[in-house]
Design a protein around this ligand. Structure first.
Ligand SMILES: C[S@@+](CC[C@H](N)C(=O)[O-])C[C@H]1O[C@@H](n2cnc3c(N)ncnc32)[C@H](O)[C@@H]1O
Length: 272
C-alpha cells in the first residue's frame, strides 16, 4: 500500500509534537508493550521513534537488552536522545525503508503512529521483516483517524464543515491504513504469521478548550500544519466551530478518548 504523502506531514519540532500527540502515544505505547509479551533481554527496533514514546515504554516495561530508535526527523530524534537517558537505548537518523541494521539481528521491530506516513508501507514492512530474526515479532499501531481518535476526528469534521476543500487533508480518508482490516492485510502480505489486530483506547482529557486547541497551533503534524496554512480569520472560525461542537462538561472540561489499532505478526522465514 502506498501513500502519496502530503506537505502537511511535517515533523519539525519535538517539543510541539509531544504537546500535540506524543503524550497520547506514550499512553498507547504502555499497553502496546504489555500486549506484545516480548521476553526480557530482547533486542528491539523502534522504527520511526519520533520523540521516543515506544522506546520509553520498552525500556520501562520490556526489560530489553537494547533498543534502537530510528527516525528521519532530526528534531524529534534529538528530543528522544536528549530525554531518554538509558545506556540500552541508541538513536539513529534513518529511513524505516533503509535501516542500518543487519539481517535478522533484532527480536522485535515495532513502530508507533508511523506506517501511514511512509510512502510505501510494503517496503517499510519488508525492511522490518528483514531485520527481525525468525520467530521474532513485527508490530505497530496507528491512530483510528476515521473514527476513534476523537481529538483529531473533531478537528477534521470542523475543518471540512467550514471548507469542503479540507477533505483532501482529512487523515481519516487520506490514511486507509487506519482501518483494522487494512492493517491486517498489510501484515499478511508482508508474509507475517499469526497476524492479530487489537484496539488500544486511552483517555484524552483537557481542562478546557484552550488546552485542547493550543497544540493545534504548533505546526507539527498534519492537522497543526493545516492550521498554520490558514489566514488568521479562518483559524479563528475553526476554533469557534470546535468550541461549538466539542462535548464540554459543565466545568468546561473536554473528555475524549483516542483509539489506536495495534497489529502484530511473527516472522516466519529467514530472509536470504
Ligand atoms: C506521528 S509521529 C510518531 C512518533 C513516535 N513513534 C510516537 O509514537 O510518538 C511519526 C514519526 O514518523 C517519522 N517518519 C515518517 N516517515 C519516516 C520514514 N520514512 N522513516 C523514518 N521515520 C519516519 C516522523 O519523523 C515522525 O517522527
Amino acid at each position: 500500500m502506498t501513500s502519496p504523502g502530503s506537505p502537511l506531514d511535517r515533523w519539525a519540532s519535538g517539543e510541539r509534537y509531544e504537546a500535540y500527540v506524543g503524550r497520547w502515544s506514550r499512553a498507547v505505547a504502555t499497553t502496546f508493550v504489555h500486549w506484545l509479551e516480548v521476553p526480557p533481554g530482547a533486542r528491539w527496533l523502534d522504527a520511526g521513534c519520533g520523540t521516543g514514546a515506544p522506546t520509553t515504554a520498552i525500556l520501562e516495561l520490556g526489560s530489553p537488552a537494547a533498543v534502537l530508535g530510528a527516525d528521519t526527523s532530526p528534531d524529534l530524534l534529538a528530543r528522544a536522545a536528549g530525554t531518554v537517558h538509558d545506556a540500552r537505548a541508541r538513536f539513529v537518523l534513518a529511513d524505516v525503508a533503509h535501516l542500518p541494521v543487519d539481517d535478522g539481528s533484532v527480536d522485535a521491530a515495532v513502530s508507533g503512529l508511523v506506517l501511514n506516513f511512509v510512502p510505501d508501507t510494503s517496503t517499510a514492512l519488508a525492511e522490518a521483516v528483514r531485520v527481525t530474526r525468525r520467530g521474532g515479532a513485527v508490530a505497530a499501531y496507528v491512530w483510528d483517524y476515521a473514527e476513534g481518535m476523537e481529538l483529531i476526528r473533531y478537528f477534521w469534521d470542523a475543518a471540512v464543515a467550514l471548507d469542503p476543500g479540507a477533505a483532501q487533508w482529512d487523515e481519516g480518508t487520506r490514511f486507509p491504513l487506519c482501518h483494522p482490516w487494512a492493517l491486517a492485510g498489510a501484515f499478511d502480505r508482508a508474509g507475517l504469521a499469526g497476524v492479530v489486530v487489537e484496539p488500544i483506547v486511552v483517555p484524552t482529557a483537557f481542562h478546557d478548550l484552550e488546552e485542547y486547541w493550543h497544540p493545534f497551533l504548533g505546526g507539527t503534524g498534519p492537522a497543526p500544519a493545516y492550521v498554520a496554512s490558514l489566514p488568521e480569520e479562518r483559524v479563528t472560525a475553526l476554533r469557534d466551530r470546535l468550541a461549538e461542537r466539542l462535548p464540554a462538561s459543565p466545568d468546561g472540561g473536554i473528555r475524549l478518548s483516542a483509539r489506536a489499532w495495534a497489529v502484530r505478526g511473527e516472522v516466519r522465514h529467514p530472509r536470504s
